[in-house]
Write a protein that binds this ligand. Structure first.
Ligand code: FES
Length: 102
């Protein structure tokens, strides 16, 4: 999977817009991110399949590699405020097979 070139302070929020995620509402998720008040260093990207189709909508934040799964509309303001503005991941939405908990 290709990654866009990012400077040290930039973040990209990749919102999958492929079939499975679209069928689970990722079009609305993308629109909500695009219409949110975001820090200057954050870009929102309509992304191709991220390989996590069974648990979409998939939202992946790079370059740090945070993966959110089953993102629903009410999660977006939380991700924006808590993660993108304050730097704290939204633990309950982390993809459990990527962010393992012991
Ligand atoms: S369709 Fe979204 S991860 Fe595959």
């Amino acid at each position: 999977m290709e990654k866009p070139e990012l400077s040290a302070h930039q973040k990209c929020v990749l919102v999958c817009q492929n079939t499975s995620c679209l069928n689970n509402g990722s079009g609305q998720i993308l629109a909500l991110f695009e219409n949110s008040n975001l820090p200057e260093n954050v870009s929102i990207i309509a992304a191709e399949c991220q390989g996590q189709c069974s648990v979409g909508p998939t939202v992946r934040i790079i370059p740090e590699e945070t993966w959110y799964c089953r993102v629903n509309p009410s999660d977006v303001p939380k991700i924006v405020t808590q993660h993108l503005w304050k730097g704290n991941r939204v633990e309950e939405k982390l993809h459990p097979r990527i962010h393992l908990r012991f």
